[in-house]
Design a protein around this ligand. Structure first.
Ligand code: HEC
Ligand code: HEC
Ligand code: HEC
Ligand code: HEC
Ligand code: HEC
Length: 451
């Protein structure tokens, strides 16, 4: 037998089939890719167990109140409303620094808004999922219950106090007292109210290499084994009626709602309320010791059951010691800081941390040999925003639109960066120490600019 060679026709057919399969495979591959890229992934799947990944669901009108806006609550809870209105919470959306950071192209805006305007009624759109699980590609539909007035309210009353009953689908108020007679539905759950703070103030999450959220105030508090809650210090007690006098309700144990923190408010106008609404520095200058040629200053975290500074990593204390001669002229000056250092590139990383845990000391020892020194002036400044950061914000203000663009351009004049929180003069000869009263420091803080 002689074998016949395969015809070239058969060869061509085989090649054609290979080409067709390859082509079909390509189309299939591309379709799978397109499908994957466009498919809607539920938010819970991308951020499992994260409370901040979703806003609180749309709240229907509250019986006897109407829309659950802070302004409406304020119709009866007048004093609480006035205090809250001056809090950082009420300014959480209008904050110039927040607006500036939100406008960065690298900000996943909807995530930021989940903590800064946390109720769905405050949002124009509802996010139904993420394209291919990508947090930069949220899928949005129009929110029929959007309330623009409520949007402006930042961390509004309802973020902590109003929820929807899963059976009746009606809104109710969460209270912490009981035995009261409100016209609106109320359920008493003080524990839930008090633990709400942790949802926003206790999160460490690395979104990508340059976006890290690092607030550990809750963990710091738990580590001290303190029995206090965040509210024990940030909502000081006061006896009063919960509502305006004309409603004739009894005097009860109430809580200030100014949520004062580090004593650097969001506008100069708010300085005058800091002490009234409960500001106290976390650190105390517990000792000044001058021996031979060394000065030893001890600062103790006496008043906070968490680290100071806490929360935002940019915060720090700047300590200055100035030596003055007989005439009051400066002959010696040194500075140090207490805070965290982060390096942001190539990726965010904590480099050092000298913050003071609750109850602990920070000892600053300095050498000085100048015989002309007669007294020392010590100052502690709490810095919320560095000059370098606000310079950068001004430079990139073109990302913003009106009115925030104009505000950021003028932010050196509009936005407090820091506050003096301790000042003390120590006379070497008499060992006499004189502390400037906090009220006076805060009157001066209104006039200060920058870091
Ligand atoms: C029409 C008046 C009115 C409006 C509007 C109103 N409240 Fe009240 N609320 C009351 C009265 C009255 C009480 C009971 C005071 C008392 O008995 O001492 C009360 C009690 C409360 C309590 C305490 C309940 C407890 O026992 O701990 C909370 C919390 C509360 N209201 C929150 C809100 C919030 C949040 C809003 C807005 C969404 C709101 N209220 C709107 C009148 C009002
Ligand atoms: C829905 C999220 C959320 C919840 C819940 C929440 N906070 Fe806040 N809080 C914020 C945001 C956001 C800011 C800062 C806003 C800004 O600086 O623009 C803030 C700021 C503060 C500040 C001011 C810090 C300063 O130095 O100005 C204090 C104090 C504070 N919160 C305490 C509390 C306490 C106490 C609770 C619980 C009763 C609580 N927060 C619950 C989001 C929240
Ligand atoms: C960040 C969370 C938060 C926000 C925002 C908030 N509250 Fe409260 N509120 C609390 C907590 C926590 C308590 C209970 C404190 C306790 O019992 O120790 C409370 C208590 C109350 C009470 C009971 C009386 C009292 O003073 O203890 C009323 C009334 C009240 N809040 C009304 C309001 C109103 C009105 C607003 C908005 C103008 C508001 N709250 C905003 C957390 C919040
Ligand atoms: C024993 C009182 C106490 C308790 C409890 C407490 N704080 Fe504070 N907190 C303070 C004091 C005092 C300061 C002011 C620190 C400073 O600036 O010197 C402060 C500052 C802050 C600040 C501003 C950041 C800063 O570094 O100034 C935030 C935010 C804050 N606290 C949140 C919380 C939260 C959230 C909780 C609960 C997890 C809490 N605090 C529990 C006393 C307390
Ligand atoms: C998990 C909740 C949460 C998310 C998400 C969140 N924030 Fe905040 N933000 C807070 C809290 C709480 C504070 C107050 C912390 C403090 O004062 O120590 C705050 C404070 C701030 C401040 C003020 C800092 C200061 O020192 O005054 C800015 C600016 C800010 N956030 C921007 C953003 C941006 C931009 C995003 C999105 C990339 C974002 N936040 C996402 C909770 C959140």
């Amino acid at each position: 037998m002689v074998s016949r060679p395969k015809s070239s026709f058969g060869n061509w057919k085989l090649k054609r089939n290979i080409y067709i399969s390859f082509f079909l495979f390509l189309i299939l591959g591309a379709s799978v890719l397109i499908y994957l890229n466009q498919r809607e992934v539920p938010i819970e799947q991308v951020f499992p167990g994260k409370v901040w990944a979703k806003p609180i669901e749309n709240l229907p009108d509250l019986k006897a109140v109407g829309a659950p806006t802070a302004k409406n609550c304020g119709n009866c809870h007048t004093e609480i409303y006035e205090e809250w209105k001056r809090s950082t919470h009420a300014n959480a959306l209008s904050d110039i620094q927040f607006q500036s950071e939100l406008a960065k192209p690298s900000s996943p805006k909807w995530i930021c808004l989940n903590c800064h305007i946390p109720v769905q009624n405050q949002r124009e759109t509802i996010i139904t999922g993420l394209k291919n699980g990508d947090y930069f590609r949220p899928i949005e539909i129009v929110n029929p219950s959007f309330n623009p007035e409520m949007k402006a309210e930042g961390v509004t009353c309802a973020s902590c106090h109003v929820r929807v009953d899963s059976e009746t689908k009606e809104s109710y108020v969460i209270g912490g007292t009981g035995g009261t007679s409100p016209p609106h539905p109320v359920k008493i759950d003080r524990k839930q109210l008090l633990s709400r703070c942790y949802d926003c103030h206790n999160e460490t999450y690395t979104l990508n290499e340059s976006l890290v959220c690092s607030f550990q105030t809750g963990t710091e508090l738990i580590a001290t084994k303190s029995n206090e809650s965040c509210s024990s210090c940030h909502q000081p007690e006061v006896r009063r009626s919960f509502v305006k006098p004309s409603l004739n309700k009894p005097i009860r144990r109430s809580h200030k709602h100014g949520f004062i923190g580090g004593g650097v408010p969001k506008s100069f106008e708010l300085y005058s309320d800091q002490i009234r609404l409960g500001y106290k520095p976390g650190i105390v200058l517990s000792n000044i010791k001058v021996e031979n040629n060394t000065v030893e200053l001890t600062l103790t975290n006496t008043n906070a059951d968490h680290h100071v500074t806490t929360g935002d990593p940019e915060r720090f204390y700047r300590l200055t010691l100035t030596g003055l001669n007989k005439k009051g002229n400066i002959v010696f000056k040194e500075e140090t800081t207490i805070g965290q250092e982060w390096s942001w590139s190539p990726s965010a990383k904590k480099v050092s941390d000298s913050r003071i845990p609750s109850g602990k000391n920070f000892v600053w020892t300095l050498e000085q040999k100048d015989p002309l020194i007669e007294s020392f002036l010590f100052q502690a400044v709490h810095v919320r925003l560095k000059d370098k950061t606000s310079d950068y914000m001004i430079l990139s203000s073109s990302n913003l639109s009106s009115p925030y663009k104009e505000k950021v351009e003028k932010m050196k004049d509009l936005y407090p960066h820091s506050s003096i929180i301790i000042e003390s003069i120590y006379q070497l000869k008499t060992k006499n120490r004189k502390d400037t009263p906090l009220e006076e420091l805060f009157r001066r803080n209104i006039q200060r600019k920058g870091e």
